[in-house]
Write a protein that binds this ligand. Sequence first.
Ligand code: M6R
Length: 365
Amino acid sequence: SMNGYEHYMLKEIHEQPDSLRNAMRGRLNDEDATAVFGGLNLTPQQLRGVERIILTGCGTSWHSALVGEYMIEEFARIPVCVEYASELRYRNPPIENNTLVFGITQSGETADTLAALNETKRKGHRTLALCNVVGSSIAQAADGGIYLHAGPEIGVASTKAYSSQCCVLAMLSLYFGRMRHMSFESGGRIIEELRRLPAAVEQALTCDSEVRRIASKYAEASNVLYLGRRYNFPTALEGALKLKEISYIHAEGYPAAEMKHGPIALVDKHTPSVFIMPRGTTYDKVMSNMEEVKARGGPVIAVASHEEAQIRRIADEVIMIPEVPEFLQPIVSAIPLQLLSYHIAVLRGCDVDKPRNLAKSVTVE
Ligand code: M6R
């Protein structure tokens, strides 16, 4: 049931503190400062020998793969490739020995992801599923895997599955990191940060009424740009996909610095830009990107983690989210973007849980 919420999507957005707790339950090990997973079906030797990881999926699951790439490369220093499942299968790229292939999927039924995993498995590579639906086709086809334990996701727009995928990928990076060079202290710190995540998401959800107000100002837009860097670049893609899929507004996500290579030509007073800019490594750079957009007359919505006069001066709207370490920002900063697309879609009278032309799981290639 919808538990008093008007749509499944809204219910699922608000479930995220709990679904994240469920993703982590029993998987954080203080004694060894690492993560533990039951079903990888690989020996420690096989895992230690992994020299490359391919992350593959479609749609939102492809976005969490991009987040996973940044996390695994930062914490475990293992080279990662992210591939659209639909391309991986037919592109037939050379894959080195000791490559581990992860299929990321909420439903476990996406035809392209299943086909990509079966094809890499046929070639003799080890395949794992990062999946929500227990016993699904992809969970069965893979050599092993990790369940998200997010509970059923009914809304066509993926919300809690996305945050759980990012969370499991963070634990996976910790796990691979601790197998290699990562110190006990660093592992312990990451565990602490993960434990604080559900509370941070809870706090992020309190932006709801502010986001609803902002939604009513911009619901008539025909184009929206989403911009962010590093860990917040996949978030930009995810925010744009959410808006397209349920409100039918054209939206694009870009790494903020790519703006000046073309997309900035789209900016005018009818085209809002959403800047995802919690404080971090590229904060000042994104601030100047935002200034450039403002100077060209584009309305600016900033998602920020710190009250700052400069942001208030440049941006037309500011949505506050709590501060978390950079690798966890994609999970927290996705919250206002999910809510923004939700409220805009409702205002436009769209069928939020069942958008036109879409199905919850895409079982055709
Ligand atoms: O079930 P999957 O994670 O394999 O589904 C992949 C995509 O079809 C899915 O994420 C789709 O993009 C969502 N509707 C996005 O919200």
